[in-house]
Ligand binder design. Structure first.
Ligand code: SF4
Ligand code: SF4
Length: 287
């Protein structure tokens, strides 16, 4: 069973919900698919049993001994990745899109394309099972491809070690890495909050998920901060046939638990918010 936790934007409490679900599940594979800003490892401190280089693409490098400073590459680069610094032609690794154009047009073949190798995939063991996460280096691309690599590793772990549940913490938004996170999963949980942008983002997340995954659920975080919009969210979900599995109140313990490096369930097993999250997880597993 694969369950993906997503949200239309960052800061909705998605990772907090995900970490709590991992605690409730106990024996699981946790996958942090937010490869641009992974944070689950901060709570779970997994061992690093495996580390792989993820080649995210290519970037241009100029051999200054060969370069004759004609400026042709600079004028052709659509990404403004090439500049002249005191007469020395340079490429910005962050800005370079790896399109190969400059390497083809350079009259003296001074530009080489080399693989971008700063991104990583990590896999290890933590207190509830196995954890897989990745880190996309700044400026490197193909985050969706890295998410696919993470999911393949999780599938391999599930098969080899007999885990039945995989919980994926998705990236915010509806871009390529989100599509890679939710495609083919059994269940998607959209975490939202009672604001206009939260409502619109939830609708977009639903549109995106309904095309590529199984049953969809919604959790409204900090629902009590705006009851009016919470009711709008509930009504919208009812119209779409999407179960709202938890209304989580604003709770200062969320920050306290984070500071302690614990999930909400670990921080206080008996708290109201823990009970709500436990019930939500059990409902999702059974329906
Ligand atoms: S096109 Fe080649 S020779 Fe001309 S500035 Fe660029 S790297 Fe140098
Ligand atoms: S590979 Fe493309 S994006 Fe990168 S520096 Fe060359 S022309 Fe610009």
């Amino acid at each position: 069973m694969e369950i993906a936790i997503i949200s239309g934007k960052g800061g909705t409490g998605k990772s907090t919900v995900c970490a709590a679900f991992v605690s409730v599940a106990q024996s699981t594979i946790a996958v942090d698919c937010d490869v641009d800003a992974s944070n689950l490892y901060l709570i779970f401190s997994p061992s690093c049993d495996e580390e792989y280089v993820f080649v995210s693409g290519n970037h241009a490098v100029i051999d200054s001994d060969l370069c004759m400073n004609c400026g042709l590459c600079m004028s052709y680069c659509r990404f403004d990745a090439i500049s002249s610094d005191n007469g020395l032609i340079r490429v910005s690794e962050v800005a370079c899109d790896g399109c190969f154009l400059c390497s083809r047009i350079c009259p003296v073949k001074a530009i080489k394309m080399i693989p971008a190798t700063k991104s990583r995939m990590f896999a290890g063991t933590f207190r509830y099972g196995k954890m897989v996460y990745g880190r996309l280096a700044p400026g490197e691309e193909n985050s969706g491809k890295l998410v696919n690599v993470l999911r393949n590793k999780a599938t391999e772990y599930a098969k080899n070690f007999g885990y039945k549940t995989v919980i994926l913490d998705g990236p915010p938004g509806i871009g390529c890495p989100v599509i890679s996170t939710i495609t083919g999963v059994d269940k998607v949980v959209i975490v939202t909050e009672p604001t206009i942008s939260g409502l619109l983002d939830m609708e977009r997340s639903y549109e995106c998920s309904s095309k590529s995954s199984g049953q969809i659920y919604v959790i409204v975080n900090k629902y009590d901060l705006n009851m009016e919009i919470t009711h709008v969210i509930e009504n919208w979900c009812e119209e779409q046939g999407v179960p709202v599995v938890a209304l989580l109140p604003y709770d200062e313990h969320v920050v306290d638990a984070m500071v302690e490096g614990m999930t909400l369930v670990e921080y206080n097993e008996e708290s109201n918010i823990t009970k709500l999250l436990r019930n939500a997880y059990n409902f999702i597993m059974q329906n």
